[in-house]
Design a protein around this ligand. Structure first.
Ligand SMILES: Nc1ncnc2c1ncn2[C@@H]1O[C@H](COP(=O)(O)OP(=O)(O)OP(=O)(O)O)[C@@H](O)[C@H]1O
Length: 591
């Protein structure tokens, strides 16, 4: 058994790592030493082995590779290689040579931290970051001093490009879009076009010639686009930012090269055109995703009213099964994160007795929360703390879904469904990174089972989670349960008892009760915001609002909360009509 495990571990390693050294890819020996000494990287991963020589050669690149396969070093290492060998040495007054654009603040910090390690020996190359939520004038001061490799979120970068005159970028050579599709999904398409225009790095549609401001001659501008999922949304960005790119990780089967123009259906956004590279060939990126092969993927079918009891039971089971466990649970809204975080941190209950004094904490794990409405400093603390914990739970919105590299996360639970299959892929990608093992669990309601077929279309298939077995393992009133004949989870005695315990607890705690109500309202709103094909699977009219309320441990009649929801929905529609804002942009930016 042990031998079997170690040989499969070796198989995983062979799948991830290339059979060569960093030096053989053309990287400078001092940089190879840094990779080994500071980061502990002995050999390149396969995606690094394929990407590094291409970036070193100066070509534009579009990379699609599974989550956790080392894309960050694939672009940072060759940039550092080029910069460290410049003679004379680059100076701060030369300004910015490389720009790395990322969708979230946490990813910005993460890339910056890796850069710091990579640049340890090359003190004359200065790393820096600018991002929303930070102090603008301090950023201005840092830009004035000069930042050689700058990591940025798009909104804040555009702000500085327009308003910080001391931001020197005449030497800009590289623009990297990390998690390119997510940047666009968050509605930054317009900002990206503006950034490319200001930097003079936009390719004109037909000729591949640059438009916009002129730049310093003497070197080729090189743009790089990377993500685990590249879909139609990236087409336009690739078209306007890449010139004759090398495509890495997009195998021939998935890649359809068309001799003649063929546009995909318009979704009304500014990013919905087919990729059309200069040379008049078009590429359609049908999204069949690469997932880590060592990832165990399962689903659990739960009737709406029992979702909360089932979630808490699974968490209890996982944390009791293994002394150290790191788990991330994804929710659809900030309010849902706040409610579940507070509930999980405070819920006391006894499965043995109704007596208050014998009640104890239901879950004893250290719990963190992360979402876009939190203060920047709190987000930073969560991000850093969860990274270093050996055993902990993180409840989060999709703000943690992209690119974040939390070591040793063993399980991802998607309590609220991810919507687009791309989001599924990135969420589960927070586990099973590199050659680590990991498991993922997706919650679905009985009416949502068609979502599995949607995932199948992208080559993702899930097995059923043995939920009844888990529920049977909990002793109730001092006895182990063996409820063989139960088919429905919601009638399981453990679930019924726990649900009652949750409702009693919430009704007695005014603060958490209020959080539950807000979470309920925002959850229904988010559910109603599913778009396109997904509307057929996640049907609002099939929702039983009374059962939804139960899933927030609320005893209130659904009409009570439902009325306020309807009022809010009407108000929202009216506001949207007035402002003429796209619903998509509004919903997606606040994660
Ligand atoms: N050559 C290497 N040897 C050992 N570990 C590596 C190597 N390259 C990267 N790693 C580690 O692998 C993990 C994943 O790397 P990274 O975050 O760059 O992946 P990614 O492909 O960008 O993932 P995602 O698509 O989720 O953003 C990180 O913990 C990183 O430190």
């Amino acid at each position: 058994m042990e031998r079997q495990e170690s040989s499969s571990k070796k198989g995983d390693r062979d799948e991830i790592f290339a059979d060569c050294s960093f030096a053989s890819l053309g990287l400078h020996s001092a940089l190879c030493d840094q990779l080994k000494e500071r980061l502990g990287f002995e050999a390149p991963t396969r995606v690094q082995a394929r990407t590094i020589p291409v970036v070193l050669s100066g070509r534009h690149v579009l990379v699609s590779a599974a989550t956790g396969t080392g894309k960050t070093i694939a672009y940072l290492a060759p940039i550092v290689h080029h910069l460290q060998k410049r003679d004379p040495r680059i100076e701060r007054s030369d300004g910015t040579f490389a720009l790395v654009l990322v969708p979230t603040r946490e990813l910005c910090l993460q890339v910056y931290e890796i850069l710091q390690k990579l640049l340890h020996r090359f003190h004359w190359i200065v790393p820096g970051y600018i991002m929303g939520g930070e102090n603008r004038s301090k950023e201005k001061a840092r830009l004035r001093k000069g930042i050689s490799i700058l990591v940025a979120t798009p909104g804040r970068l555009l702000d500085h490009l327009k308003n910080t005159s001391s931001f020197v970028r005449m030497n800009l050579q590289w623009i990297v879009f990390d998690e390119a599709d997510r940047i666009l999904e968050l509605g930054f398409g317009k900002e990206i076009e503006d950034i490319l225009n200001i930097l003079g790095s936009k390719q004109s549609d037909s000729t591949g010639e640059k438009t916009g401001a002129s730049r310093d001659a003497g070197f080729q501008r090189q743009n790089l686009l990377l993500s685990a999922t590249l879909n139609e949304k990236v087409n336009h960005l690739a078209k306007i930012s890449l010139k004759d790119p090398v495509l890495i990780g997009l195998d021939e089967k998935k890649l359809q090269l068309h001799p003649s123009p063929q546009k995909v259906g318009s979704s009304g956004s500014d990013i919905d055109e087919e990729l059309e590279f200069p040379g008049k060939r078009e590429m359609s990126l049908t999204s069949n995703y690469n997932l880590p092969s060592q990832l165990v993927q399962r689903y659990v079918k739960v009737p709406c009213g029992s979702r909360l009891a089932v979630l808490l039971s699974i968490l209890k089971h996982l944390f009791e099964r293994e002394a150290s466990h790191k788990i991330v649970v994804f929710f659809s809204t900030c309010d849902a994160v706040d409610f579940h975080y507070t509930l999980i941190s405070e819920f006391v209950w006894s499965p043995h007795s109704q007596e208050k004094e014998v009640k104890s904490k239901f879950l004893r794990c250290k719990t963190f929360r992360l979402h876009g409405n939190m203060k920047q400093e709190d987000r930073r603390i969560t991000f850093q703390s969860f990274k270093t914990e050996k055993s902990a739970l993180l409840v989060s919105t999709d703000v943690a879904a992209r690119g974040l590299d939390f070591p040793k996360v063993k399980c991802i639970i998607q309590y609220d469904s991810p919507g687009e299959a791309t989001e599924y892929v990135h969420r589960v990608g927070r586990t099973a990174r590199l050659d680590e093992r990991g498991e993922a669990l997706l919650f679905l309601q009985p009416a949502e089972m068609d979502y599995l077929q949607d995932l199948e279309k992208h080559g993702v298939s899930l097995a059923e989670y043995p939920m009844l077995k888990v529920l049977d393992s909990f002793p109730l009133y001092g006895q182990k349960l063996h409820v063989k004949n139960f088919v429905l989870l919601d009638l399981h005695p453990w679930v019924l008892a726990l649900q009652k315990g949750l409702e009693l607890f919430i009704s007695a705690e005014a603060r958490i009760h209020t959080l539950a109500k807000s979470a309920y309202c925002s959850w229904v709103r988010a559910f109603a915001a599913h778009r396109g094909e997904l509307k057929r699977i996640f049907m609002v009219k099939k929702l039983h609002l009374g059962h939804v309320a139960k899933s927030f441990a609320l005893k209130e009649q659904p009409s009570l909360v439902g009325q306020s929801f309807q009022k809010q929905a009407k108000k929202r529609k009216r506001d949207q009509r007035l402002k003429g804002l796209s619903k998509r942009r509004k919903v997606s930016r606040k994660t």
